[in-house]
Design a protein around this ligand. Structure first.
Ligand code: PMP
Length: 312
């Protein structure tokens, strides 16, 4: 299907993308007052089904983001999972795919004056679904530490996926790619590692695995949580959540990123210096393999992370 022919869920109904219209006054467009999620759907390792990865957790996080912006989301996480399954089916997404739920401020209620506000504005919900290949890069990527600092929690909480906040991420990734790198790693105001443009950061050194914690101005990634579980199960060692100084990026044995989009990707170079020996490290490779099987339902330990969508 062309982009316009795809089915979307929009304001309570399934519609073709080309039939969806939004007015020029859409508040979320003016002020970045929307929240979103990104959910992957995977073709199962065996059988005629697609598997949504951690769908309910994504919708729980969406609800938390909505609370922050006073967005009135009229569907429960379970209902949103059902809508997502229906979208995958309607669009015939038998291969790997991506869902993008978006909740945003729509229109001023009668008598509400135009301007920046969170109340007196209606809420709109749109969910897009599109094919998306497994673009995870096994060979690793090159990152630069950004000159743009991560927005602090006291200004615009990174823990909520707020559309407007992603201008910060866009500035960082743009700077990095313009300089010939693949992605940016952002520091927080205190100068320690926060996260990459759309992924969390893990650092491995001398047997310790560390990742910036909830007080480091990060989004609490669901892939991050899955990887922490996998590492504990595979190695018996738990991941340390703590402040990670920038210098640890340059002295680590391994660095890798985790996110719904990139999944698990080794970082083999940072700021022109090789990470470890400049090739993907053993723990990164091992965790990556376990994760890749888990998302396709091939690891019974993690089957509960997936929601089946029958396509037969
Ligand atoms: N940080 C940011 C800024 C992100 O946009 C994402 C992608 N959602 C992540 C981290 C990783 O989160 P998750 O594993 O839940 O996709």
């Amino acid at each position: 299907a062309t982009t316009g022919e795809r089915w979307v869920f929009h304001q309570g109904e399934f519609a073709r993308a080309r039939d969806v219209t939004l007015g020029p006054g859409t508040q979320g467009l003016h002020y970045g007052t929307g929240v979103f999620e990104g959910i992957r759907s995977y073709a199962a390792a065996d059988g005629d089904e697609a598997l949504l990865f951690k769908a309910k957790e994504h919708y729980e996080r969406l609800h938390a983001s909505c609370r922050l912006l006073r967005l009135d989301l009229p569907y429960s996480p379970d209902e949103l999972v059902e809508v997502s399954r229906e979208l995958v089916r309607r669009n015939g997404l038998t291969g790997d795919a991506y869902l993008r739920p978006l909740v945003y401020k729509l229109a001023l209620e009668p008598g509400t004056p135009f301007g920046v506000r969170l109340s007196g504005v209606s809420t709109s919900v749109t969910i897009l679904a599109m094919p998306m290949g497994d673009y995870s890069r096994a060979e690793g990527i090159r990152c630069a530490v950004s000159s743009w600092r991560r927005v602090p929690d006291a200004s615009l909480p990174a823990r909520a996926k707020i559309t407007g906040a992603y201008a910060n991420n866009a500035l960082a990734v743009d700077e990095a790619t313009a300089a010939g790198y693949d992605d940016a790693i952002m520091l927080n105001q205190g100068g320690s590692v926060a996260e990459a443009s759309t992924a969390n950061v893990f650092v491995v050194r001398s047997g310790e695995v560390a990742t910036p914690g909830p007080d480091s101005d990060i989004l609490l990634g669901l892939t991050r949580a899955a990887v922490m579980r996998i590492i504990a199960d595979e190695t018996g060692v738990s991941v340390t959540e703590r402040a990670v100084p920038r210098s640890e990026l340059h002295t680590a044995d391994e660095v890798f990123l985790t996110g719904t989009g990139c999944q698990i990707v080794p970082v083999t170079e940072i700021d022109g210096r090789p990470v470890g020996d400049g090739t993907p490290g053993p723990l990164t490779t091992r965790v990556r393999e376990v994760y890749r099987r888990a998302v396709r339902g091939a690891d019974p330990r993690y089957r509960h992370w997936t929601t089946s969508v029958g396509l037969g």
